[in-house]
Design a protein around this ligand. Structure first.
Ligand SMILES: Cc1cc2nc3c(=O)[nH]c(=O)nc-3n(C[C@H](O)[C@H](O)[C@H](O)COP(=O)(O)OP(=O)(O)OC[C@H]3O[C@@H](n4cnc5c(N)ncnc54)[C@H](O)[C@@H]3O)c2cc1C
Length: 500
């Protein structure tokens, strides 16, 4: 039980006032703080973070081997060169973020151990009132802000998603979710089954296989992987030529984004060729008689789910060495010793790791009210996946699935700063987006088109998420290459923006 759960609900004794309040000190929130100080110096702002340190995703995930699956040239901020290998460990990402905080003196703006519980908008006062609880002392805290910058990520940080399988209570071993990996979990010499085949599994399995007796990856269906070397030759060449690191960062980002754009386009236009290329990348890393068809040949179009990069093919090396294996089947039930499969086989396990994904969290599980009425987020329509009809002075940073999250965090930070400047120039205290006359009768659809991208956590959360329209302005298009030009060009005096 945390302190906040046991504490009596007391009223805060003071209220602190800010122009902008940033929720969360992950990569998005820290980036937001940086951009505000550079682009809007003098803005009175605070970053509230529930954890006792910065980093968000990279602070809380502690499973062995935790690393990015995007390259850090584009997952890193555009303003701070990344000097390491493209794929980075959580510790390296935290070090990089720590440098950003230190070099720009951002610590003064961040309040750790502040878990926000509610946010209430008053149209009379044109401001948000934000209630938080200190997770270390239980003390209630109150803040007001004119603008709320939601950098709280997209999934519930306190618990991962574990499906309910029959017989789980009968199982005598340990069930672990990677999101809440126990600090001293002893897996040495043990038989471990990892359920799921996403990026987490691809990271975790090579990291533990050497110490375990055996690791079995149990997947319902195969996933695409992209093995490759964890180095960037262009960056290395430019470094040899003694090119300035800032130039290297920019050039390598452009090259990576150029290649990714081609890959993404091809995955829509010639999915069969892309599929064969991906499979050809994996095949040589496995024994000639390995059953590729059953275990590594997905039935969906490439990029409909995130494609995990496997640095140096380490996952496949583990399989080839016999320390790890893959089973593609469905779970019938848990037993005392392990898992009974629908095929009738039983997998024995001392530890079962459920790498089965996230619970999506819509708006950080914060209770929102607009003028005394609870906000039903699913009744709103999203403006470019960042603002929402009927919700004033608020923006949510929701990154990309097929490109690095931070690309969008940087783009949206520019947008917020431009919007705030525009409001100052026009003397506006309030902005919200509204459907235009030309949008009347527009068909409202779910947040994202399942044909486009359909991982389980998104599908489960769809009923809770805002609606999407059938025009680009009313969608999170997931298209960095379009948005990098569209977002800076948004006409802030367009009819979709209503000021007050
Ligand atoms: C294991 C893993 C690997 C990933 N790898 C990649 C990758 O390689 N590339 C990529 O592009 N994306 C990746 N992602 C997606 C990743 O979450 C984002 O890229 C990015 O780190 C999100 O940053 P963020 O700051 O927006 O959110 P988060 O990292 O989730 O941080 C949000 C912060 O907000 C705080 N917060 C939330 N609610 C509240 C509240 N109510 N009160 C106070 N504070 C609150 C949280 O404590 C947290 O610190 C990965 C995700 C996971 C889980």
């Amino acid at each position: 039980m945390t302190i906040s759960e046991t504490a009596p609900k007391a009223e805060p004794t003071t209220t602190e006032e800010f122009d902008v309040l940033i929720v969360g000190a992950g990569i998005s929130g820290v980036g937001g703080a940086y951009h505000l100080t550079k682009q809007r110096p003098g803005t009175k702002f605070v970053v509230l973070e529930g954890f006792d340190s910065f980093g968000g995703t990279w602070w809380m995930h502690r499973y062995p081997g935790i690393r990015s699956d995007s390259d850090l040239h584009t997952f890193g901020y555009r303003f701070k060169p990344w000097r390491g290998a493209p794929i980075a460990t959580a510790a390296e990402i935290l070090e990089y973020m720590g440098e950003v905080i230190e070099e720009n003196d951002l610590d003064q703006y961040i309040r750790y151990n502040h878990k926000i519980t509610s946010a209430r908008w008053s149209s009379e006062e044109n401001r948000w009132t934000i209630d938080a609880t200190r997770t270390d002392t239980g003390e209630p805290k109150r803040f007001t802000a004119n603008f709320l910058w939601m950098c709280q990520g997209y999934y519930r940080h306190s618990e991962g998603y574990t499906p309910e399988w029959p017989g789980m209570d009968d199982y005598q071993g340990k069930i672990v979710h990677p999101q809440t990996w126990p600090e001293n979990l002893d897996y040495a010499g043990k038989n471990v089954v990892v359920i799921g085949s996403g990026a987490t599994t691809a990271t975790l399995v090579p990291a533990i296989a050497g110490d375990c007796e055996h690791v079995t990856v149990l997947q319902r269906s195969p996933t695409f992987f992209r093995p490759g070397r964890n180095r960037d030759e262009l960056a290395e060449t430019l470094r040899e030529l003694d090119i300035d690191e800032e130039w290297i960062h920019e050039i390598v980002r452009r090259k990576i984004l150029h290649d990714q754009a081609i890959f993404t386009k091809r995955s829509f236009e010639e999915p069969e060729e892309v599929k064969q290329e991906l499979l050809d990348g994996v095949r040589p890393l496995l024994a000639p008689d390995f059953d590729m068809e059953s275990h590594f040949t997905p039935t969906y179009r490439p990029w409909r789910q995130r494609i995990a990069f496997v640095p140096d093919g380490d996952l496949f090396k583990g399989i080839s060495s016999g320390k790890a294996s893959v089973v593609t089947n469905e779970i019938d039930r848990f037993t005392a010793q392990g898992i009974l499969l629908k095929s009738g086989d039983e997998l024995q396990a001392d530890i079962i790791v459920t790498a089965t994904g996230f619970n999506m969290s819509v708006l950080g599980d914060i209770e929102f009210e607009i003028d005394g009425k609870p906000l039903v987020f699913s009744d709103t329509v999203t403006y470019r996946g960042m603002m929402f009809t009927g919700v004033p002075n608020m923006l949510w940073v929701f990154g990309y699935f097929r490109a690095s999250w931070t690309l969008r965090a940087d783009l949206l930070a520019d947008f917020v700063c431009r919007l705030l400047a525009h409001m100052e120039e026009t003397g506006s205290k309030r902005v919200n987006v509204e459907l235009r006359p030309e949008d009347e009768g527009m068909e409202l659809l779910s947040w994202i088109d399942p044909e486009n991208f359909n991982p389980g956590y998104l599908m489960r959360a769809m009923p809770l998420l805002p609606k999407r329209g059938d025009k680009r302005e009313w969608q999170h298009t997931q298209d960095y290459w379009g948005e990098k030009d569209e977002i800076p060009a948004i006409d802030l005096d367009g009819p979709e923006f209503v000021y007050g």
